[in-house]
Structure formats: C-alpha cells, structure tokens
Design a protein around this ligand. Structure first.
Ligand SMILES: Cc1cc2nc3c(=O)[nH]c(=O)nc-3n(C[C@H](O)[C@H](O)[C@H](O)COP(=O)(O)OP(=O)(O)OC[C@H]3O[C@@H](n4cnc5c(N)ncnc54)[C@H](O)[C@@H]3O)c2cc1C
Length: 559
C-alpha cells in the first residue's frame, strides 16, 4: 500500500467517537463553583480563576497530567561511587504541573494575602488544578498546611516561611537557604501505626540545651520525599513531639534522611511516596516538647480540608467527562444524553457533584471566617471532619459510575477516567481514614461544645425552605443533642459503633441546607427527594421519575 492510500482504508473509520474535551475553561464552565466563590467573598480572585481555568483546559496542560502519571518518579538511593544520594527524579511534566501551581500560589495564597476570601480563592484554584492532575497537589497541599503548624513557633516561622510562600518553583536539591522557593512534606505514619500516631517509636535526642535534636527511626509513608523539609513526629523525653526535619543540615550537609524505596501504588502515580529511615537526622523542635499532636494538628486540619476539596474536584471532573461523552455518543438511534435512563444517571451524578462543591467551598469559607468569628471556628473544626469523611466516601462510588457512562472507552487510560478512579480511594485513607474521622467527629462533639452549636446553626439556615428538609434537620439536631448529653455523662466510647451514621446524617443535612439555599429549584428538589426523603435506590440513576433532569443536565458544562 502506498502512503497516499494508507489513510483511506474503508474498514478503518472511527465513527461515533466522542471528541476529546479540550479547549474549555474549567472555571467558567462550572456555574456552581463560580457562584460559590462569589458568595463566600472571593470574587476578587475571578481573573486568576479564569486564567487558570482556561489554561487547564488546554491540550498542553492535559498532556502534562498524562505524562507525569505514565512516567513514574525514579528513586536513586546511591550515586555511581556508592555514596548515598537519596534523590527522586521526576518527569519534566511533573515539574510543569508543580511550577504552575506554585506560581498560582495554591501552596500559599492565604498566608501571603490574608484578605477575606483568601482560603476560598485558594480552594477554588486547587479544585481546578486537581481536576487536571491530582498527584502533584500532595506536596502543594502539605506545603500550604505546614505553615499553619510552623506559626506556633514564631522564630522558626520567621526563618522558614518566606521561602515556603515564595511563588517561585525551585526543584533543585540544594540547602533551603540557597533556593528561591521550597516545599514541605509530612511524616507521621510508621510501620506499626498510622492512625494511632502515639504508637510512634522514632526517637528524638536533644542536643545540649537547645531546640535541636537528632532523630533516629523511620516513616512508613513519606510522600513527596524531594520536599526540602518535613514536619515529623518523634518521641522525645517528655513524649511525642513535632519537629522540622530538613533535607540539608544547617551546616550545609545532606541530612541523614535515607529513602529506602518508593511504594508501588494503586494510583497517585505521578507523586512519589517513600519509606524513609532517619539515622541521627538533624531536626528542630516545633512548639513544646511532648505536645507534638497538638502542634501538628493545625497542619492536619488544612490537609483534611484539601482532601475534601480533592474529592469534590474528582466528582466534578468525572461528571463533566460523563456528560461530555453522552452529548456526543449515539446508541440505539439517539445520543446517550437523550436516553431517559442515562439522563437519570447523569443528573444524579451532577447533583452529587454540585452538593460536594457547595460543601467544599462553604468549608473553605469557614477557614477564612474562623479568624474573627468564634462560631465559624467551631464550624470549621467539625465540618472539616464531616466533609472529609463524606465527600471522600462519595467520590469513590461516584467516579466509578461516571466511568461506566463512557462504556468501554471509560476503561481505557486515554479517557482520564481510570486515573480518576484509581485516585478516588486515596483521599479517604490519608489524613485520617474513614473510621478515624468519624471518631474525630464524636470527639469534637464531646469536647468542644461550640462545634455542636455551630453545626446546628448552619443546618437551621435553610429552615422554612423545604418541609422535608426541616423534618430531617430536626431529627439530626435531636440526635446531636442527645449524643452530646450522653457523651458528657459517659465519655465517647458508648456510641463509637454508630459514628458513621451520625457523620452521614450530618453531611446530608449540611448538603441539603446548601442545596435548597443555593441550587436551582430542580436541583434542590432532586437532592432532597433522593438523599433526604430517600425516595431513591442504592445506585446512581434512581432519581424519582418526576425530577426535572433537563435543567439539571443543562447546568453541568456551561458556555
Ligand atoms: C499514597 C499514600 C501516601 C501517604 N503519604 C503519607 C505521608 O506523606 N505522610 C504520612 O505521615 N502518612 C502518609 N500516608 C499514610 C496514611 O496517612 C495512613 O495510611 C493512614 O493515616 C492510615 O494509617 P495506617 O495505614 O497505619 O492504617 P491503620 O491505622 O492501621 O488503620 C487501618 C484501618 O483501621 C481503621 N481504624 C484505625 N483505628 C480505628 C479505631 N479506633 N476504630 C475503628 N477503626 C479504626 C482505619 O480507619 C483504617 O481503615 C500515606 C498513605 C498513602 C496510601
């Protein structure tokens, strides 16, 4: 066959295929996100959100996401002479993703621009980039979150914060003092325990009368090991303590931070997750010795917020891909989007994604408002756990169903759906797995009465809008009050076994309240009928027949 006839094979025509979803603005296409950003006081970030949304829709940005995952990071433990090297080499597309997120200050915006709405603006930026590629948001999120803990030690914050919040991405493996920008990771999980961090066995030995220590031990999961420093937990003489452990010592030598191997993971493949050993590694105490959990918890709250944002972003990208496919693919003489049962599935997925976005952005708003508002502080505390639990749980089934909307094409890597699917379980595992988060909700209710008052206040915001929701909210309130009373009398333990159902009801109440206030009539009705009244099956695509799916679907991809 000569080259001119090669493209004309009659048996090789690709018919009825969906064009790639490229060249759209991820932000402008998302009416729900755009409105939530405005409502929560971050309208000023509109130009930046539009710019990033536009860029992430380009073929270049999409390619980076694929390439960074197809070309996994490589560990070099030693150099050719046998000296320890402990470096991980990433694909250039990883660096492009990192550079873009750092330049957009997704790792630092609220710290450098502490104006009203800064956390909301950052949350929306994160939700956009997470739709394109999630792996690289791990170091972005940890770097952002580390500042919350570092600030408990003003001297350390003065020294380390400027390069952390810098908008320059500098991936060189050099001492922090020589770099234009640095990144920070986190090491809490050990072989014998992750959730139970008090079981840590890594030891911290104090260097003569100073806040400097030598750390000996290991971490079983240490993601993004090319970060410039890590916040870690280790046992000091007065108990579990928090430390800043840099990759280079203050004397400019490589710290005794040895990467043993990289994990072979289900997903999250662009990111490196390692096992590390500390062999007398130099570290600096943060906060008080013996109060490590209290010190690092501020960082953990921020990374939990980011897990909720990541889950909402996953659901958003999944439903956008599903609706796009259904608008182009034909079966049985009609476009899929015109098939009644597919419309039900897509509308149901859209409702879930919308409720997730509303919840995630409302949560981010409370991170701004909590600075000056006591009730918002209580709300941020408990809503972080509620949202982290529920959105991460829902993302796992949501993405699976969205993948099926693409049929066989959804099972193929180029569609992005397998990558979303593999990523989905992760956010429920790290930073507190599902059960641990639900127990945290019980702990907040028992020990911080302001959290109960705050969540009830939020639930009541929608009272009067829908009688079905009002009845549900009243029953959740009564649950909460009786649990709070029982707990103050008997401690947390007596209702641990019911913690998931309480978390779920709280989440549905909060989402219902947001949906009736901020969704369209059709969206709110579909949410309340299916999730609150439970006129609904176990799978997606079981919305009551009378729902107005037309308007729900029209809003998924605007523009
Ligand atoms: C890809 C990846 C990257 C990671 N990166 C990092 C990192 O950079 N830094 C870091 O510190 N960690 C990291 N982790 C670790 C992660 O945070 C832990 O895996 C997680 O906290 C759970 O700890 P574990 O694996 O030890 O499980 P366990 O603590 O053994 O828990 C196992 C299961 O038991 C449940 N459980 C635990 N206690 C209770 C209880 N009291 N009641 C009921 N159920 C309970 C948990 O919910 C979980 O489902 C990473 C994990 C993954 C998968």
């Amino acid at each position: 066959m000569n080259s001119s006839s090669a493209g004309r094979s009659k048996s090789h025509v690709a018919l009825n295929q969906t064009p790639p979803l490229a060249g759209y603005n991820l932000y402008l296409a998302d009416r729900c996100l755009d409105a939530a950003v405005e409502r929560e006081g971050a309208g000023w970030a509109d130009p930046q959100l539009r710019e990033l949304g536009e860029f992430l829709g380009t073929e270049d940005a999409q390619r980076w996401g694929f390439e960074a995952n197809e070309n996994e990071p490589v560990l070099h433990t030693h150099d050719r002479f046998g000296n320890r090297r402990d470096e991980v080499v990433f694909h250039p597309s990883w660096h492009q993703l990192m550079r873009t997120s750092v330049e957009h200050r997704i790792h630092s915006l609220p710290w450098v621009e502490p104006r009203a709405g800064a956390n909301v603006a950052r949350a929306a930026l994160l939700m956009l980039t997470a739709q394109n590629e999630l792996g690289h948001t791990c170091p972005i999120s940890m770097t952002f979150s580390a500042v919350a803990a570092l600030r408990s030690d003003p001297e350390l914050a003065r020294q380390w914060e400027p390069p952390i919040v810098s908008a320059t991405y500098d991936p060189r493996f050099r001492p922090a003092a020589e770099k234009a920008g640095i990144l920070v990771g986190m090491g809490m999980t050990e072989k014998q325990g992750g959730s139970d961090v008090r079981a840590n066995i890594t030891r911290a030995e104090r260097l003569a009368d100073s806040r400097e220590y030598l750390i000996t031990g290991h971490k079983w999961f240490c993601s993004a090991p090319m970060c410039d420093a890590f916040l870690i937990l280790a046992q000091a003489p007065k108990g579990l303590s928090c430390f800043l452990l840099p990759r280079w010592t203050p004397a400019g030598e490589r710290n005794q931070f040895h990467i043993q191997r990289l994990k072979r993971k289900l997903g999250n493949r662009s990111n490196a997750s390692s096992e590390v050993e500390f062999d007398g590694a130099w570290a600096r105490l943060i906060g008080e010795e013996g109060r490590g959990v209290q010190t690092i918890i501020d960082m953990v709250q921020c990374t939990r917020l980011d897990c909720a944002l990541a889950a909402a972003a996953l659901m958003r990208q999944a439903v956008v891909q599903a609706v796009h496919h259904a608008r182009h693919r034909r079966a049985f003489g009609k476009l899929l989007i015109d098939q009644p049962l597919m419309r039900n599935v897509l509308a149901d997925l859209a409702i879930e994604s919308q409720a997730a976005t509303l919840m995630a952005i409302r949560l981010a708003g409370s991170f701004d408002a909590r600075q000056s508002d006591e009730r918002e502080r209580g709300f941020a505390r408990i809503a972080t756990a509620i949202s982290k639990y529920w959105l991460c749980k829902r993302a796992q089934v949501h993405v699976g169903e969205a993948l099926e909307c693409l049929g066989g094409n959804g099972y193929v890597e180029e569609s992005i759906m397998p990558r979303l699917y593999r990523e989905a379980p992760l956010y429920s595992i790290w930073e507190g797995s599902g059960n641990v988060i639900c127990l945290d909700i019980l702990r907040a209710i028992a020990r911080e009465p302001g959290t109960v008052e705050a969540v009830i206040h939020e639930l009541r915001q929608a009272v009067g809008a829908d009688r079905r929701l009002d009845a549900f909210v009243a029953s959740v309130e009564s649950d909460l009050n009786s649990k709070a009373q029982r707990r103050s009398a008997n401690g947390v333990a007596d209702s641990e076994g019911e913690a998931r159902i309480l978390a779920e009801r709280l989440a549905l109440g909060l989402q219902g309240s947001l949906m009736v206030r901020h969704g369209s009539a059709a969206e709110a009705d579909a949410f309340v009928a299916s999730r609150i009244l439970r006129d609904y099956g176990q799978a997606f695509g079981t919305l009551p027949a009378k729902m107005d799916v037309q308007s729900i679907l029209a809003a998924v991809i605007e523009g």
